[in-house]
Design a protein around this ligand. Sequence first.
Ligand SMILES: [Zn+2]
Length: 99
Amino acid sequence: MSDDLKPCPFCGGNDIGSTATNKHSLAYVCTSCEARGPYAEGSGLERRHWIDAAEKWNTRAQDEAAMRAGYEMAAKEAREIGVHLRRFDLVLNDMKEGK
Ligand SMILES: [Zn+2]
C-alpha cells in the first residue's frame, strides 16, 4: 500500500488499512476509529486504483483538518465573546445596583 497516507482526520491515527466493497471499489480505512475515506473505483488489482484511493483519503483528511481548524477558531472566538459578555453583564449589574 501507500506510505503517503495522511493521518486519520478524526482520531489522528496513522494505522490506515484498506477495504473493498465489491470488485469495483475500494477505500482506505482508519483501523483505530474505522473512519472510511471516499471510495475509489477499481478492483485494487492495479496500482493506480490504490493511488486514486490514497488521493481521495488524503484530500478528505486535508478537508477535515481545515474544517476542524475553522471550528476551533470559531469556538475560541465564541469563548472570547462569552468572556466579554459576562464582563458586560457584571458592569450592567453594578450600574443597576448604583455602584
Ligand atoms: Zn481514525
